[in-house]
Design a protein around this ligand. Structure first.
Ligand code: G3P
Ligand code: MG
Length: 243
């Protein structure tokens, strides 16, 4: 029997805490997650911050593009009460804050979400990871092929998790080979037994995003994936035993 898939907390334990916040990451650790996934963008003044959407509107009290605001504005926003009213003191964390607390404790999957400033985002993210000497515990991902290439160029030993999407498999396999990626990260709907077999033959693990329902988690597990991104990482731990 194979080991259960890794439980990767998607934006932290975002099913029960406001996503991409310290609270969500602490909860993910409490729930026994094997890794954290979070999204990183640059503020106007080029500080990497942890937030998913291009705009502030859905998950904070602010409005407009993240890229149009300086860090000083963004850290003053309420990033919790959209989720639960009593979390109004929860803030958008910087990459530095997240890595300083969590990289020593758990694997961190940094998903870079660049605007036009790809090189700047890569440079600042690498600088922060280097500052905490966290390369062993950090895996970089991005839907931006340019960002992945730049990470690999500047830091050839950086760990890469290759995000892919339907229609992009051949490109992703090529870039994975170029950059020495350790996993292919497909959306759940792309995963079948032949994809898992092909990845394993190529020496790539398979990390599927994003599954929250117990049946889906059990199915992915039976297909032999190596990890599952979930807003409920405890469900992967409990339900994900391979059959
Ligand atoms: O890395 C997996 C997943 O996070 C990619 O999609 O939109 O949730 O960042 P998204
Ligand atoms: Mg993400």
């Amino acid at each position: 029997m194979q080991a259960r898939p890794l439980a990767i907390a998607h934006r932290g334990a975002s099913g029960i805490m406001p996503e991409n916040t310290r609270l969500a990451f602490v909860k993910a650790l409490d729930l026994g997650a094997d890794a954290l996934e979070f999204d990183v963008q640059l503020t106007r003044d080029e500080v990497p911050v942890v937030i998913h959407d291009e705009t502030l509107d859905r998950t904070t009290s602010g409005t407009g593009a993240v890229a149009d605001h300086d860090l000083a504005d963004i850290v003053g926003l309420d990033a919790g009460s959209w989720f639960t009213a009593s979390y109004s003191n929860v803030t958008v964390p910087t990459l530095e804050e997240v890595l300083s607390t969590f990289a020593p404790k758990i694997t961190c999957n940094i998903e870079l979400k660049p605007d036009k400033r790809v090189s700047q985002l890569v440079r600042h993210a690498l600088t922060v990871v280097a500052r905490f000497d966290a390369f062993a515990n950090v895996i970089f991902s991005s839907f931006s092929a340019d960002a992945i290439r730049e990470i690999h160029k500047h830091s050839p030993d950086a760990r890469i998790g290759m995000l892919t999407e339907r229609g992009g498999l051949a490109r992703s396999f090529k870039l994975a080979a170029e950059t020495g990626a350790e996993t292919l990260n497909p959306p759940v709907g792309m995963v079948d037994r032949s994809l898992v077999t092909e990845c394993h033959e190529r020496g790539l693990g398979v990390l599927a995003w994003t599954a929250n329902e117990k049946g889906e988690i059990a199915l992915l597990s039976a297909l032999g994936v190596d990890g599952i991104f979930s807003d409920h990482p405890d469900r992967v731990r409990k339900q994900g035993t391979a059959v």
